[in-house]
Every structure is written in structure tokens, then in C-alpha cells.
Design a protein around this ligand. Structure first.
Ligand code: ADP
Ligand code: MG
Length: 141
């Protein structure tokens, strides 16, 4: 168990429905502290660059359309086991398979419009955090 940083995104479907505060509360109630945060609106090309790992998947175009359909909140969460804990709080990718009380079970509209993103390993957390934030923008304590 170590203190980690992870990248979290509140996706356009959730920002649009004013669920930002409710989702942030779920992180804070589970000992994940926000150490960097901003609201931005990605272009489709920028969304494609963030999700480049999925570029050959059949859902890639739909995913990039969706992720550039409105503002998102990008944030760095810090806490013990933050990477895994964030994914537990989000729930399964498919909201129908997500556990009760998770972000995706409570709020997701579909497999694509599933309200939240979270890094899935220490390596992707490092890459994804530096995609959106410079070191200066991250609280270091
Ligand atoms: P996760 O976000 O849980 O890490 P993935 O990395 O596999 O899931 O996929 C990235 C995102 O792409 C998902 O969160 C979801 O928005 C979308 N997605 C994944 N699989 C599908 C699918 N089969 N159909 C439609 N959209 C999908
Ligand atoms: Mg993923």
C-alpha cells in the first residue's frame, strides 16, 4: 500500500448533468484528495490523442466524439492505493455490470457515456497526468 497519484476525468455526460460535485464528494469521502483540477473542452483530435491506445477499437470514433462533446473536469487524485481505489469507486466500464453505489452504476448513461475515467496502472497514471498537467499545477504535499 503506497500513496499514489492517479488521473480522473469527469466525462461530458456527467458535467452536462451537473453531477461534478456529487462525483467529487464520492472521491473525498473515500480518502482521495484532489491535488490538481481544471475544467476543459477537448477537440476531437485531442480526445483521440488521449485515447490513442484504443485507436483500433470499433468504439474509438464514438468515444472521441463523446469526449469532445462538452466540457470535462480533469483532476489528479492522491491517496493510498489511489489508482485501484479510484477504479473501485468508478465501477465497471459497462454500467450494467457496475456495483451498486459506484459512479457508473449511479450515473452512467451507457457503455460509452459512463461518467468517469480513471488510470489503470502506475505507468498510465504518470502518462495521463502529464498529458493534462505540468508539475507546477500539482500540489506537492
Ligand atoms: P475504462 O474506462 O473502464 O478503463 P476502457 O479503457 O476499456 O475502459 O475504455 C475506455 C472508454 O471507452 C470507456 O470508459 C468507455 O467510455 C468506452 N468504451 C469502452 N468499451 C466500449 C464499448 N464496447 N462500446 C462503447 N464504448 C466503449
Ligand atoms: Mg481504460
Amino acid at each position: 500500500m503506497s500513496v499514489e497519484n492517479t488521473l480522473s476525468i469527469i466525462k461530458p455526460d456527467a458535467v452536462k448533468r451537473d453531477l461534478t460535485g456529487k462525483i467529487i464528494a464520492m472521491f473525498e469521502e473515500n480518502q482521495l484528495r484532489i491535488v490538481a483540477q481544471k475544467k476543459i473542452w477537448l477537440s476531437k483530435a485531442q480526445a483521440g490523442s488521449f485515447y490513442a491506445v484504443h485507436k483500433d477499437r470499433p468504439f474509438f470514433d464514438e468515444l472521441c466524439e463523446f469526449m469532445s462533446s462538452g466540457p470535462i473536469v480533469v483532476q489528479v487524485l492522491r491517496g493510498t492505493n489511489a489508482i485501484e481505489k479510484n477504479r473501485e469507486i468508478m465501477g465497471a466500464t459497462n454500467p450494467e455490470q457496475a456495483e451498486a453505489g459506484t459512479i457508473r452504476k449511479e450515473f452512467a448513461l451507457s457503455m460509452t457515456e459512463n461518467s468517469a475515467h480513471g488510470s489503470d496502472s502506475p505507468e498510465t497514471a504518470r502518462e495521463e497526468i502529464s498529458f493534462f498537467f505540468s508539475g507546477l499545477e500539482i500540489i506537492q504535499f
